[in-house]
Design a protein around this ligand. Structure first.
Ligand SMILES: [Zn+2]
Length: 213
């Protein structure tokens, strides 16, 4: 029988100090050169109690999901009949978000769409890694805020050895945002590559909704 949520929590809690804090794992990532923080004054927050249950997310009930009112078109750079890709401006060369048009979560994606999903992840990652300012496409699916399937592809800046690995997102929050014109050029480049290798349509993000390019 797999371990329960409570058993898992109790095991972690047993490793905390009198304040409920876990020690920094300096033999693991906090001790690696890619860890973004200096350890002298760093400490983990005390462990919080378990939630009563997993909280509802935005769109947990499909009738209340944004897709029921028509998905927001802000930032959409590519689409076809089943999928959309939007670009979010951040400190990275590009942050792309792949979203299904129909209401699904990752664990209930029908087999046919799952096949397209896998292929699209490959195609979008290749398009992002073709950007000269990108060294690697990182991939993230969290799903803790919104129930509707959405996967992030982050362009990790090229030759920025300090930004390798999962600490990239700690850096990203603190990096200056890339200029609007650079973000648009990178998004167009990626969208055109997706069209060339997968099909679909590239769009120019516009305030009133995406326009075909
Ligand atoms: Zn939805």
């Amino acid at each position: 029988m797999p371990e329960s949520a409570q058993d898992y929590y109790d095991r972690i809690l047993a490793a905390t100090d009198a304040d409920g804090r876990l020690p920094l794992a300096v033999e693991a990532m906090p001790g690696w050169d890619i860890f973004p923080y200096e350890l002298d004054s760093l400490r983990l927050k005390p462990l919080q109690p378990l939630l009563e249950r997993e909280p509802d997310r935005q769109g947990e009930d499909p009738a209340s999901c944004r897709c029921a009112q028509g998905q927001p078109s802000e930032g959409v750079i590519w689409s076809d009949e089943h999928w959309r890709v939007s670009a979010e401006r951040s400190g990275l060369p590009i942050t792309a978000v792949l979203v299904s048009r129909e209401h699904h979560d990752l664990a209930d994606l029908p087999a046919e769409l799952a096949g397209e999903f896998g292929r699209l992840l490959v195609v979008i990652a290749a398009a992002i890694e073709a950007l000269p300012s990108v060294g690697r496409a990182h991939l993230g699916r969290y799903g803790d805020g919104g129930a509707h399937l959405h996967v992030f592809l982050f362009g990790r800046p090229a030759r920025a050895g300090q930004f390798r690995g999962s600490p990239l997102l700690d850096w990203e929050e603190n990096l200056p945002k890339i200029p609007v014109t650079v973000a648009a050029e990178n998004a167009s480049f990626v969208a055109d590559r997706i069209v060339a290798t997968y099909g679909g349509r590239a769009h120019t993000p516009a305030a009133g909704g995406p326009e075909d390019r």
